[in-house]
Write a new protein. Structure first.
Length: 183
């Protein structure tokens, strides 16, 4: 496959952006490992195959669009009511989109080959900006897939807990993306 060059618009219409959480604590069997999807996000990718270091990525996520789409584990299946409660918790207690409506990522360094590359950049969540590195690659099917780890407390986020702290989300969450072939 020839490396692509040029500028591309990406977003919820061209792929998925998901956050994967895991549980910890004595009460972890009661909760779910969640997949939270950003229903509304967009970005721009500039690819320079002759000089990958001149490539760039910017992404903006609408915090209010984050929704639990899957829950694995737990004592019972994740219900629509549970999904609504999770969305409310994200909105009212954790990320507060009224104060911080977007999460942004702006790359600072792109390195590697189309099949395996890293994108390092500045991730801003709730007004706090920290560096993060994402590992990604272009698959034989033309899709671009990748992931990175966010340590919530590094951005001032207290991981969700319930049952007097016996059930907690792990501080580390995994952010994954899967994009349709760039065109």
């Amino acid at each position: 496959m020839q490396p692509l060059g040029g500028t591309y618009r990406i977003g919820s219409g061209t792929g998925h952006l998901r956050i994967k959480t895991t549980r910890t604590g004595l009460g972890r069997k009661a909760g779910h490992d969640l997949t939270i999807e950003a229903a509304s996000w967009s970005g721009d990718v500039a690819v320079d195959p002759a000089d990958p270091g001149r490539s760039s990525v910017t992404v903006t996520v609408d915090v209010a669009s984050l929704e639990a789409v899957e829950g694995v584990g737990g004592l019972k299946a994740l219900t629509d009511s549970d999904r609504a409660d999770i969305k409310g918790t994200i909105r009212d207690k954790i990320l507060r989109p009224g104060e911080h409506p977007t999460i942004t990522f702006v790359s600072t360094v792109v390195a590697g080959s189309p099949e395996s590359f890293t994108v390092t950049g500045d991730l801003t969540i709730m007004g706090t900006t920290r560096p993060i590195t994402i590992e990604a690659g272009l698959g034989g099917d033309g899709r671009v897939r990748g992931a990175g780890t966010v340590v919530q407390s590094s951005w001032g986020i207290k991981p969700y807990s319930a049952l007097a702290g016996a059930l907690r989300l792990s501080d580390e969450v995994r952010v994954e993306f899967d994009l349709a072939p760039l065109s």
